[in-house]
Design a binder for this molecule. Structure first.
Ligand code: GLV
Ligand code: GLV
Length: 322
């Protein structure tokens, strides 16, 4: 291919079959590293690129877009969340940003229920006990957890993932309430102000995006406002929760337990959380099924192919005005 051929930068390996369509629209560079690129590596890699396929571990800000230069047309994030992109900066430079909504709704809702069940039924704690070789026997009061039937689930952020969690929770016999930026009408759930949701829910599950408004939405005050004996589930973004405050609330019994898939300074996890038995810690697995990750890669690729061939991107976050 000649120098006019669009350069497409993929910041971390994706399934080669999913990348196939890119080869007919450009020359593809895929990071050889089995880790996120450093900022310097990222900026060097994107030079001259027409398209960047980014991961949620990449910070794509004004400097990154400037490093790419004037050929850049699209940043296709391989995630539904896009707090790692500075969308206004990208858009200001005439570049389109896209994400991968829709395809990971069920996988993420399933993982939310997994964490909810695992923490309320103490499965991970029990697994550690069995593996440790500690003697145990069935006893009427042994390792009791908390049932879900008739309990209230409070969903914060009632987008498509929140709604998919609501349907699952209803099947488990839970009563569902929600708090959402935009009013949404969801069968079987009613809206509540956040303070009321926190004060009345037996389980609170976070499904809002990370924005300046939602950073530390769940802080020490919010945790104190929760019911004693309540559980917190976070499969959204780590910084929505003040992790140090959460560790303290779990240690002193302010809340009963937590199930976390995301962390404030990923992949670091607060030391105190790693020591506590009443928190289940998953390594950001919300969308981690073969089927879903394949569809996410395909959708990121579809967005790039569309933009490089002059068509409308299927899932834009924002379209620059030209
Ligand atoms: C995963 O966290 C995503 O936003 O896709
Ligand atoms: C946050 O509360 C949201 O509604 O997404």
């Amino acid at each position: 291919m000649n120098s006019e051929t669009p350069r497409i930068v993929v910041t971390r390996a994706l399934p080669p079959a999913a990348l196939e369509p890119l080869h007919s629209v450009g020359s593809v560079w895929v990071s050889p590293h089995d880790r996120p690129l450093t900022v310097d590596e990222l900026h060097a890699a994107v030079r001259g690129a027409s398209a960047i396929i980014s991961m949620l571990t990449d910070r794509i800000d004004d400097d990154a877009v400037a490093a790419a230069g004037p050929n850049l047309k699209i940043v296709a994030n391989t995630a539904v969340g896009y707090d790692n992109l500075d969308v206004p900066a990208i858009t200001r430079r005439g570049v389109l940003a896209s994400n991968t909504p829709g395809v990971l709704v069920d996988a993420t809702a399933d993982l939310t229920m997994t964490l909810l069940l695992t923490v309320t039924r103490r499965v991970a704690e029990g697994d550690r006990l069995v593996r440790s070789g500690t003697p145990w026997s069935w006893d009427i009061a042994f390792m009791l957890g908390s049932g879900l039937q008739g309990k209230q689930l409070g969903i914060v952020g009632m987008g498509s993932i929140g709604q998919a969690v609501a349907r699952r929770a209803a099947a488990f016999g839970m009563d569902v309430v929600h708090h959402s930026r935009r009013p949404v009408d969801v069968d079987g759930s009613h809206p509540l102000p956040l303070d009321e949701l926190l004060a009345t829910s037996d389980v609170v599950s976070l499904h809002c995006p990370l924005t300046p408004e939602t950073r530390h939405l769940i802080d020490a005050d919010a945790l104190r406002a929760m019911k004693r004996g309540a559980y917190l589930i976070n499969t959204a973004r780590g910084p929505i929760v003040d992790e140090a405050a959460l560790a303290a609330a779990l240690a002193d019994g302010t809340i009963a337990g937590a199930g976390l898939d995301v962390y404030e300074n990923e992949p670091e996890v607060h030391d105190d959380l790693r020591r506590l038995d009443n928190v289940v810690l998953a390594p950001h697995l919300g969308s981690a099924t073969v089927e879903t990750r394949t569809r996410m890669a395909e959708l990121a690729v579809d967005n790039v192919v569309a933009v490089l061939t002059g068509k409308d991107a299927p899932t834009p976050i924002s379209v620059p005005s030209s």
